[in-house]
Ligand binder design. Structure first.
Ligand SMILES: Nc1ncnc2c1ncn2[C@@H]1O[C@H](COP(=O)(O)OP(=O)(O)OP(=O)(O)O)[C@@H](O)[C@H]1O
Length: 320
């Protein structure tokens, strides 16, 4: 597989001036992106996540060519995005959940006609792509409606279609499901899955909704303070940020905290107790030990959920 996106030691430093007194101004530098390298092969769907201010939007702006890196090298589909911005625009689609690229006062269809002209999309291809998006994103009844009258979910589907009419190789999605109801979220996710599977469109997805990642991406990159903290399989994220799993035991009655080798009680609620134990250890001997010594009624083992894992990664030192 060829790499469609390549970043080598990419940095972005912003000069910020801040007023500190009546006459005084302080000059400060913000390292929004601090030496990031990664590669994304054609056809992959990757999650790009991190807390607010981590540098996600800045990375996407550099990938689209809106911002020029302060250092390092970026290649997308063989182009240097900031130097070849016009050519780059032909190869990428961008959707910002918080902002629309559609014309607010015009019917949805007019925005598509403008895209048709702007990207000089051949007529037959435009028709074909539009028909496909209209069908799969359920837009038929919305084409004549002015964009400002659309609900957020309808508008988002309209925006996704607009980003795809010119057959981009790469689709950048910044919070594509933000503010959507459950049904709209499901529709958008299904569409992205199909797009990725059928057209091998490479997708970089930024989101705060970890369900998006769980349902769409096998690979995830975590960025914090402008640095890549994790790049790998979603499953591995649990182990990377891990430490512990939790054994939840239901006893016959309320009892003092259970004593068991290799585990410690972290919570007691009536007859239910929560025990933390190393994720690398098997639960079986622990369960056997407790079952032998306590009146055990039921039990379950909980994996750390990704929210907790990621929260811990942000708190802790660098994770490899
Ligand atoms: N044009 C700019 N001038 C100065 N500082 C900026 C500029 N753009 C971003 N920053 C700073 O760079 C850092 C990274 O911002 P960025 O918007 O990339 O983060 P993010 O991960 O996208 O966050 P969010 O999830 O909140 O959108 C922040 O500290 C931000 O304040």
């Amino acid at each position: 597989m060829t790499d469609l996106i390549e970043l080598d030691g990419v940095e972005k430093v912003f000069d910020v001036r801040r007023k500190t007194g009546r006459w005084r101004r302080e000059k400060r530098q913000v390292r929004a992106v601090d030496g990031i390298s990664f590669r994304v092969p054609r056809g992959e769907m990757v999650g790009y996540i991190g807390p607010n201010g981590a540098g996600k939007s800045t990375t996407i702006k550099m990938l689209t060519g809106i911002l020029t890196p302060s250092a390092g090298r970026i290649g997308v589909a063989g182009l240097d995005p900031s130097r070849e911005r016009t050519k780059m625009a032909q190869r990428i689609g961008v959707v910002f959940g918080q902002r629309t690229t559609l014309w607010w006062d015009l019917p949805l269809y007019d925005s598509y006609r403008l895209a048709h002209r702007m990207y000089r999309i051949p007529d037959a291809r435009f028709r074909e792509n539009l028909d496909r998006c209209v069908e799969l994103l359920d837009l038929a009844s919305l084409l004549d409606v002015p964009v400002r009258q659309l609900s957020l979910g309808q508008r988002m589907r309209g925006d996704i279609a607009a980003a795809l009419l010119h057959d981009p190789d790469v689709l950048y999605l910044d919070e594509p499901t933000i503010g959507l109801d459950v049904i709209s979220k499901a529709k958008v996710r299904q569409f992205l899955r199909d797009l990725n599977a059928e057209r091998a469109t490479t997708i970089l997805l930024t989101t705060h909704d970890l369900t998006d990642i769980e349902q769409l991406c096998k690979r995830v990159m975590v960025i914090d303070h402008g640095r890549l903290m994790y790049d790998g399989a979603l499953a591995g994220l649990h182990e990377a940020g891990e430490g512990e799993r939790t054994l939840v035991v239901d006893l016959e009655r309320e009892l003092p905290p259970v004593r068991a080798e290799g585990a410690r009680v972290i919570k007691v609620e009536g007859p239910r107790q929560w025990l933390a134990f190393p994720a690398s250890a098997s639960a079986a001997p622990l369960v056997a030990q407790i079952a032998a010594e306590y009146p055990l009624v039921d039990l379950s083992v909980r994996e750390p959920d990704i929210e907790a894992v990621i929260a811990r990664m942000y708190e802790g030192p660098e994770v490899h």
